[in-house]
Design a protein around this ligand. Structure first.
Ligand SMILES: Cc1ncc(COP(=O)(O)O)c(C=O)c1O
Length: 402
């Protein structure tokens, strides 16, 4: 038996918020890493049809429904400008499972290393550990981007792969073409695989998202493209993702799926099939998120001690709150997050979850009412004029709460 891994800290915040809610508190959450919207009706209808179809009640193929794989292949071809076929795609239980399968295919034993961005999404390091590898954090630059220099400082003879996520979580950083080319050259020079986690590709507010394979097609033989419907289609609970990769990686992933879960549930695959035919949902979501991103970032920058860059992509604001921590005498952003939750009933994720102690993460993939109420609570509790009077804070001061 191996030692159990600590659970993802983001889930810990969600659990604490849920406990407060159970006690009757009106908790607003910007902590979740998922769109608040319901899955679109067209997807739900397709799933209902699948539930009623006896063909969906029995075993399917380990690699996934060929019709879904064909749509994924077309989507990946559009992003990479390279040809992909149904054989090049494995359907998985969400993008995280795809990341795990990619890493377990690429590493040989417990000493093999995979580079992950820091700050970055803890799931990247978690899947490496779960696959038996060693996750090595690589410091990003002041714009939260990876560079060939920083990657090379962390490279050892055991380095097998790099997980690249652009747009990223929690930073929203999008790696421009020039940076992708530099990273690709470095990977090619040192024979390192790239796992390109493109889960936030649709939330690109500056039009700068590019698949690394579009910029560096010569990496095709050592790149795994990971995607899914979770974020673009508000389908986190349906658990559908995929990887598109060279044949030996797909063969390894298919074997692992076959030996562990047999295949991904057919009803969810049918739902994802409908989602991939619905281009309106991601486009509409990106339009709404762009507007909400501006509202939230402006509000955060209006609070003394907070400085928030405008993220180029993704679903999160990731402000520097170190000035506020200093002013209030808090030692970490976990103190701030706990205070906001307990006194303003507003859930955010402390930066410690992403190896960024002076920051917090706030999700703007929520509806307007939720976002405006959250902004009011931030302003009421931390300073600045409230946008409306919907929330009457009778919260203790930070000093009283400590
Ligand atoms: C960067 C990144 N990749 C992958 C995932 C996981 O996606 P899924 O829910 O499809 O497993 C997340 C979820 O937060 C994420 O932020």
């Amino acid at each position: 038996m191996t030692t159990p891994m600590p659970d993802n800290p983001i889930f810990a915040v969600a659990a604490r918020a849920e406990a407060l809610r159970a006690q009757g508190a009106d908790v607003i959450t910007l902590a979740a890493g998922e769109p608040q919207a319901a899955t679109s009706a067209v997807v739900v209808e397709a799933a209902v049809d699948a539930v009623r179809d006896p063909a969906a009640h029995h075993y399917g193929t380990a690699q996934g429904d060929p019709a879904l794989r064909a749509l994924v292949a077309t989507a990946v071809a559009a992003d990479t400008l390279l040809p992909w076929s149904v054989d090049d795609v494995q359907i998985t239980l969400g993008a995280k499972h795809a990341l795990f399968l990619a890493v377990q295919a690429l590493i040989d034993d417990g000493g093999d290393e995979v580079l992950v961005a820091s700050p970055g999404w803890p799931g990247h390091a978690e899947v490496v550990t779960a696959a038996g590898g060693r996750a090595v954090p690589v410091a990003t630059d002041e714009e939260f981007r990876l560079s060939a220099e920083a990657l090379d400082r962390c490279r050892t003879p055991r380095t097998r792969a790099l997980i690249l996520s652009s747009p990223g979580n929690p930073t929203g950083a999008v790696h421009p073409e020039s940076r992708l080319r530099q990273i690709a050259d470095w990977a090619e020079r040192h024979g390192i695989w790239v796992v390109s986690d493109d889960i936030y590709r649709a939330f690109d507010y500056t039009g700068t998202y590019r698949s690394i394979l579009r910029v560096a097609p010569q990496l095709r033989g050592r790149t795994v493209v990971v995607g899914g419907v979770s974020k673009e289609h508000a389908m986190t609970g349906w658990r559908i993702g995929w990887l598109a990769a060279p044949p030996e990686t797909i063969a390894s992933a298919r074997l692992h799926v076959s030996r562990t879960i047999t295949h991904v549930p057919t009803v969810s695959q049918r739902a994802a099939l409908a989602a991939l035919g619905d281009t309106g949902t991601p486009t509409g979501a990106a339009r709404d998120y762009r507007r909400r991103r501006a509202l939230l970032v402006e509000a955060l920058n209006g609070i003394d001690g907070i400085s928030c860059p405008l993220p180029d992509g993704g679903m999160f604001a990731f402000p520097d709150v170190s000035g506020l921590l200093r002013d209030r005498g808090w030692t970490s952003s976990a103190d701030l997050a706990a205070w906001l939750l307990d006194t303003a009933h507003l859930a955010v994720v402390p930066g410690e979850a992403f190896q960024a102690p002076g920051r917090i993460r706030l999700c703007f993939a929520v509806d307007d009412h939720t976002l405006l109420s959250a902004i009011d609570r931030l302003k009421t509790s931390l300073g600045g004029a409230p946008a409306n009077a919907a929330y009457e804070a009778d919260a203790p001061t930070p000093e009283e709460a400590r």
